[in-house]
Design a binder for this molecule. Sequence first.
Ligand code: NDP
Ligand code: CA
Length: 309
Amino acid sequence: SSHNNITLPTTTTTTPHPPPDNSFRVMQWNILAQALGTNTDNFVKCPPEALDWNTRKFRIVEEMLTYLPQFICCQEVDHYNFLERVMERLGYCGVFMPKPDSPCLYLPNNNGPDGCAIFWDDTRFKLLTTQTRVVEVWHVQSNQVVILLVLEERSTGQQLVLLTTHLKARQGALLASLRNEQGKDLLAFVEQHCKGRPVIVCGDFNAEPSEPVYTTMTEASTGLHSAYSFLNDGREPTYSTWKVRGEVDCCQNLDYIFYTPDKLTVEGGFDVPSEEDLGPNRAPSLSYPSDHFALICDFTFKPQLDVEE
Ligand code: NDP
Ligand code: CA
């Protein structure tokens, strides 16, 4: 699989360049839970061998290692132990938070609950604190979770708050309003822990940009912007997931990387695969191991003015 580099100036490269020295790279990716992909997703155009875990697991790792991000935020992780074991050998540490009542648990041949995970490059960033939360809606716990990490760049002491989540799926006005409430809960959690530090929120929000939760996440008061919108002249890409479910071709933008532009600069990013790259059978496929595509972008810390006491 190859993303096109959308960093300027453009040179046509097939091998993604590493992030510039002083920048760090973030990947947001719903990797597709093995139990869901093989049981409930109804990917009628996907060749069965593309869903065989014995090979799909290596294509997932390949995608991560192609870009070597400093931070990898994943959803639908139902094989955390495998990923942790591989990533550990490469200098990454990880945190996993399962969903309280994962749908995977009710499926044949499941490997336990799915959930969110974050891996970080431990050679460059030191973990300061881990917070996890079951997202609440109207003061009741939902089946969605958040991981929040406070990290410190070893060479500079610069701190960063990184979150990931996977909001409630499915269409409809009620569910869109539920996602909006989940977004508000997430923002309150950020507010509680950010303490003025730069913030990056990555996730599968299960919401198109037209949904209320997108507006909630990007309202001026949050201080958050969407990195891919910034890279695409103020518009979100057309899709972050493209699959054929039964008779339906589902092409939607549901995944985002939000960041605080007053403290971070987006230096560049990688475009999702083109329609031509995907072909008529879309994803997953032997080229793209998940029905969601990885969002990848590079950030630098903005110099902050020291406040005189
Ligand atoms: P969500 O509604 O958030 O969805 C769970 C997963 O289903 C997501 O990973 C989502 O992927 C995927 N999904 C979305 N749309 C479809 C679709 N059209 N076809 C197949 N998969 C899809 O789940 P919750 O966490 O709220 O858990 C509730 C679900 O768990 C129930 O819908 C039920 O199926 C299952 N469950 C079953 C139980 C049982 O069998 N007894 C008990 C408890 C739960 P994506 O984010 O990529 O869209
Ligand atoms: Ca899914």
